[in-house]
Design a protein around this ligand. Structure first.
Ligand code: GAP
Length: 467
């Protein structure tokens, strides 16, 4: 048994998020909306930075990668071709008294954990009838301790309609994944770019799933952002195992080196034959130790030529690639690394959360690339005009290069503590000494140390520290 523990509890993360403006409940003034959250002023900075870093690392810096921004509402045949209309479903049961619905697999997982079963079955690999048998044999009840209904599949796609008449002929879906926009644009991408296999297409965008499991904060929501890549290759000339391993290494590097996640709280989990989709030759989840256990952040699957072939069948258009040297015509195979940006965000927040017992403070040790503010500037006292004037000058100057927070409320200690919770790496205080000798106090978030820096040396100091 490993003794690695989550950094914190979900309650602590949600309360910090609300207090400091990282994440809010959606429509709070109306009582909230299940599985929906908003990103506040601090959260949106972190979220954007994660997306920019992903785009920079996986698209901008690679010659073999192209970007795309496809629509949320696609032609409805897309989802018939992809299999989502028929089989994009979760197993559900209903509480016979309250009529609340629950995911059958989640009830089983909770039951196994509560009853501390040795060698528990792999729930992800259970079929509908296996779940039904398990629930019956173990007399599993709903969270309200009531009897539950039979297990049924519940489709996760959100339906809507185009135009004024809401009938079958106008029915469309909010996309359940961004990936299908890449497959359905494959021909146009080939026709409009000089691309040679292997190459990939990536996009970041909103996806929608009618999730009913509550209580996992931004981990599982109705509306979320995916960052997905389809990497196309010729299986006769490229070794898929080597490509797959290379993508796994890139995902790991991004999580540990770019986002700065502690590797001890990350692990790979391979899908076994029962869990893996029938068209996939290999699938792994990159899991993080969230406050509610090891859970999938990022998936990688070798999907073969399944998706392109399905779209060829449903559109009656060729999605073949012609090798420019050999003139061989074929449907490329694909490896798909797919991540939820909101799950990366939650991982980043949880991993950075630290209680500094010695100094009785809470610190968000975010990598400085991800912090909502890189700097904070304070005048020691807000009613001393000359201090405020000098601090404002410094704030405005630094604001041209960095995201800087201004705070003049309350005592200086409280201001430091609130910046620690926001993850601001450096706080600069302008005091009476500044007016005499042009030096300021620079206070570091991680060890709470303070030093005096001359204003003439500040630019170099910050360039070195915030490289
Ligand atoms: N195209 C493949 C695909 O969509 P997936 O495992 O269903 O695969 C990919 O989703 C990623 O999207 C997951 O690894 C997860 O990070 C994120 N994701 C899926 N459902 C989510 C939800 N309801 N809320 C937040 N993120 C979600």
């Amino acid at each position: 048994m490993s003794d690695i523990k989550p950094t914190t509890t979900l309650e602590e993360i949600t309360s910090l998020s609300k207090r400091r403006g990282f994440v809010y409940q959606t429509s709070e003034i109306y009582g909230g909306l299940a599985n929906s959250y908003e990103y506040g002023p601090a959260g949106v900075e972190v979220l954007r930075k994660i997306k920019n870093l992903w785009w920079d690392f996986f698209i901008s810096k690679r010659e073999d990668m192209l970007g795309l921004d496809s629509q949320i509402i696609l032609h409805p045949k897309t989802w018939e071709a992809s299999g989502h209309v028929n089989s994009f479903a979760d197993p559900m049961v209903e509480d016979k008294i309250t009529h609340k619905r629950y995911r059958a697999d989640h009830l089983i997982e909770e039951w196994l954990e509560k009853n501390k079963i040795a060698n528990p079955p792999v729930v992800e690999a259970m079929k509908l009838e296996d779940m039904a048998n398990f629930l019956k044999e173990n007399k599993v009840k709903s969270p309200d301790s009531n009897e539950i209904s039979e297990v049924k599949n519940f489709n996760l796609l959100f339906e809507t309609s185009i135009g004024v008449i809401a009938d079958e002929s106008n029915k469309v879906y909010l996309r359940g994944e961004t990936a299908q926009g890449i497959f359905s644009n494959f021909k146009q991408i080939l026709d409009s770019n000089r691309v040679k296999l292997p190459f990939g297409v990536g996009q970041i965008g909103k996806s929608f799933r009618n999730e009913i499991t509550t209580g996992q904060f931004v981990f599982r929501t109705l509306e979320f952002e995916q960052a997905e890549i389809e990497y196309f290759f010729d299986p006769e000339t490229s070794n898929w195992e080597a490509l797959f391993k290379d993508w796994q290494d890139k995902m790991w590097y991004f999580a540990t080196e770019i986002l700065g996640i502690d590797a001890s709280r990350l692990r790979w989990r391979r899908h076994d034959d029962a869990e893996r989709s029938f068209y996939s030759k290999d699938t792994y989840d990159l899991e993080y130790l969230y406050p509610f256990g090891w859970k999938e952040v990022w998936g990688i699957a070798y999907r073969t030529d399944y998706d392109l072939k399905q779209h060829m069948k449903f559109s009656a258009k060729s999605l073949e690639y012609t090798d420019p040297f050999t003139m061989k015509k074929f449907v490329p195979h694909v490896i798909e690394p797919a991540v939820g940006v909101n799950r990366l965000f939650l991982m980043v927040l949880c991993d950075a959360y630290q209680k500094d017992e010695t100094k009785n403070r809470l610190v968000l040790k975010l990598d400085q690339k991800l912090a909502p503010y890189q700097l904070a500037v304070f005048p020691l006292l807000k009613n001393k005009e000359e201090l405020v004037k000098k601090a404002r000058e410094i704030f405005e100057q630094l604001g041209k290069k960095y995201r800087v927070s201004w705070d003049e409320r309350g005592n200086i200690g409280k201001r430091y503590l609130s910046q620690d919770e926001l993850g601001t790496p450096y706080c600069l205080t302008i005091d009476f000494e500044t007016l005499e000798d042009d030096s300021i106090t620079v206070r570091q978030r991680d060890n709470a140390s303070q030093e005096r820096i001359k204003l003439k040396d500040l630019e170099k100091y910050l360039t070195d520290m915030l490289a």
